[in-house]
Ligand binder design. Structure first.
Ligand SMILES: *[C@@H]1O[C@H](CO)[C@@H](O)[C@H](O)[C@H]1NC(C)=O
Ligand SMILES: *[C@@H]1O[C@H](CO)[C@@H](O)[C@H](O)[C@H]1NC(C)=O
Ligand SMILES: *[C@@H]1O[C@H](CO)[C@@H](O)[C@H](O)[C@H]1NC(C)=O
Ligand SMILES: *[C@@H]1O[C@H](CO)[C@@H](O)[C@H](O)[C@H]1NC(C)=O
Length: 347
């Protein structure tokens, strides 16, 4: 085997970084300590050499850990410190990606699927499944979604759908998501609906607005370009009626801790790198695949004929109370992302 210096360097770096992790169940700081202590369903790390190193590193950070209970007790009332997010070992999980649309979710799903095909040939759970727009009723009903996740997870390791947030109270689920800055998100969403992308207009349904720019639509006060809290926050707040009101902000912020990780569309490569670090036994090689496929994916998934917003529309949007709620949430998530990135990817 001929390893270049760079590869050796990267491998050591990865080793050092990964030695700072130890497994912790995801989404579980809220009220599952009982279940956690009795073992649960997650596979635990057996690589003792690494585990000892990790334990030493943790103790240096004055956190007491042991192989079987590597969890720092977290109070339900305080937000989780993102730097306590630990890598999950093993592959016996179902990843729920209740993807906010237009944040790179098709890219992430496509490279994940390709990776699974390569790495888990004989394991039929490793494919991705998307909840299609046909079942839109399901996507907005948390009771139905929970049932759907329960059934689907038997045979699928990666479920993607533009679904309202819901948190299955079972530690074998990992919730992830991605987010994007509100105003670019709104316009992207709008043009995607009206123009589609290079893969055609299969997703673009609304003929009424198809000839209007976002500016024109907005100045006419049409519904399809009106900022609505629920459109943005449903993926973090859920299906409760409160999720379409300013009350959605507080609830969504509290829910962020139930995701293992929320990535940023604007920093997609780092999002991929962090995902690979946090779930290494499932996503090993994801970053490399992403880099290889980047241009091709970008070509197929970029919305066509996006028009730049006028300054006037942008200013009006920024003053809109609903848009301000969205920005407050976005900044909250972005700040956490940056803190996590600093802890994990120090380069
Ligand atoms: C922990 O700290 C000691 C003393 O500072 C150091 O010698 C040791 O290498 C550290 N271990 C790890 C895993 O960071
Ligand atoms: C994986 O988890 C499921 C339920 O979460 C369990 O029934 C199954 O036995 C586990 N498989 C392995 C190989 O641990
Ligand atoms: C969600 O689905 C459940 C179960 O099918 C149903 O009882 C409930 O009425 C639905 N909720 C809404 C708001 O449609
Ligand atoms: C299409 O856009 C019009 C105008 O904004 C709106 O009234 C209508 O509900 C939209 N239809 C769909 C299917 O989204």
């Amino acid at each position: 085997m001929n390893l270049s210096n760079q590869e050796i360097f990267l491998a050591s770096l990865l080793f050092i970084i990964s030695s700072f992790f130890i497994l912790i169940p995801p989404c579980d700081y809220l009220g599952f300590s009982q279940e956690r202590k009795t073992g649960g369903k997650l596979m635990f790390l057996t690589d003792t050499k690494n585990a000892l190193q990790r334990a030493a590193a943790y103790q240096n950070n004055s956190q007491v850990v042991s192989e079987q209970s590597p969890i720092t007790e977290l109070s339900t009332s305080e937000p989780r410190d993102v730097c306590t997010t630990k890598a999950l070992r093993g592959t016996n999980y179902t990843i729920i990606y209740n993807a906010m649309p237009k944040t790179g979710s098709r890219t992430l799903s496509t490279i994940s699927l390709q990776l699974f095909k390569k790495r888990f040939k004989s394991n039929t759970r490793f494919h991705t499944i998307a909840i299609t727009p046909k079942i839109s009723e399901l996507r907005r009903n948390s009771t139905k979604l929970l049932e759907y996740y329960r059934q689907t997870s038997q045979k699928t390791a990666f479920i993607r759908g533009h679904n309202a947030f819901v948190h299955p109270a079972d530690r074998s689920y990992i919730c992830i998501n991605t987010i994007r800055e509100p105003i670019p998100w709104m316009t992207s969403q709008y043009y995607f609906r009206t123009n589609g992308d290079s893969r055609g207009r299969e997703h673009s349904k609304n003929k009424t607005t198809s000839d209007l720019t976002f500016d024109e639509c907005f100045s006419r006060g049409l519904l399809s370009c009106k900022p609505q809290i629920g459109n943005y926050l449903a993926y973090f707040c859920g299906d409760d009626p409160i999720c379409n009101t300013p009350g959605a902000l507080k609830r969504s912020k509290a829910n962020v801790d139930k995701f293992l990780f929320v990535g940023l569309n604007e920093e997609f490569k780092d999002t991929i790198r962090i995902l690979e670090l946090l779930i290494p036994d499932i996503f090993k090689g994801l970053t490399k695949d992403y880099e290889k496929k980047f241009s091709e994916l970008k070509r197929s998934f970029t919305t066509i004929s996006k028009k730049k917003l006028s300054e006037k529309t942008e200013e009006t949007l920024r003053r809109d109370p609903n848009v301000r709620v969205m920005y407050e949430f976005y900044e909250f998530v972005k700040d956490r992302f940056h803190r996590l990135k600093k802890c994990l990817l120090q380069d």
